[in-house]
Design a protein. Structure first.
Length: 240
């Protein structure tokens, strides 16, 4: 039994158990335990089996690979988009592979992974994390996709706003003029002002106020706006 062999190696031998390694390598969970606690490093004989399951790859990276200890076989499969996943949900697969790519770039490569970026770009959330934690700068390819999604979005308020706000608030951290023309609803404009610009947008305040009450309330609370003062200001401006 692989589990028994791992315990024997750990508790009795206090080291590797060569005679049992072929058997251990066939049991992915115990192979990862053996690599992490006995070998304290990669276990090449078990890696082909580990590469068959994305969750086991996650665990192997977490528990076994040291920072900057590259895994060429994994990189080759990822770059060729050959990692399989036990799911019929293609959306979930795209998200998982994108997240795994970001994790490997951040924790193992400690830098950019150009050949996997096409996989990362399939997920807006993963792409934002990659720009924030790995690139640590603006990512023109992602910006182009975000803007394209706005250009082609359905004619409904607030569609595709999440990625734009996340990227703007975490990466740009200021006015992002290219996207402003696509902000159509009071909710979008209020989110952009409070999360991305992080400053009042006076010329849009009347429009925000005419939206849902809670949106205006969030906006005024964020900027500590005294509404009575603002109303008087607007009246004066209108000559009332």
């Amino acid at each position: 039994m692989p589990g028994v062999a791992v315990r024997y190696a750990k508790q009795i031998l206090k080291g590797r158990f060569p005679a049992a390694e072929e058997t251990i390598a066939k049991d992915t969970r115990n192979a990862i335990r053996y690599a992490a606690h006995i070998i304290k490093g990669r276990f090449p004989a078990a890696e082909p089996k580990i590469l068959e399951d994305i969750q086991h790859i996650y665990t192997y990276i977490d528990d076994v690979l040291a920072p900057q200890e590259r895994w060429p076989e994994f990189e080759e499969m990822m770059e060729a988009d050959k990692i399989e996943e036990n799911t019929y949900d293609m959306y979930a697969r795209k998200q998982d592979l994108a997240n795994l790519s970001v994790k490997y770039a951040f924790e193992v490569i400690k830098g950019r992974w150009p050949k996997a970026e096409y996989i990362i770009l399939r997920s807006a959330n993963a792409s934002v994390r990659y720009a924030q934690h790995v690139l640590q700068q603006r990512w023109p390819k992602l910006e182009k996709i975000i803007l394209s999604n706005f250009e082609n979005r359905p004619d409904e308020p607030n569609a595709n706003i999440s990625a734009a706000i996340s990227y703007g608030s975490k990466i740009i951290k200021g006015r992002w003029q290219e996207i402003e023309e696509y902000l159509k609803s009071p909710t979008e404009i209020a989110l952009y002002a409070t999360k991305v610009m992080n400053k009042r947008w006076p010329e849009k305040e009347e429009f925000i106020k005419n939206g849902r009450t809670n949106v205006w309330s969030v906006y005024t609370d964020h900027f500590n706006i005294d509404e009575s003062v603002m109303i008087n200001h607007l009246r004066q401006k209108a000559g009332l």
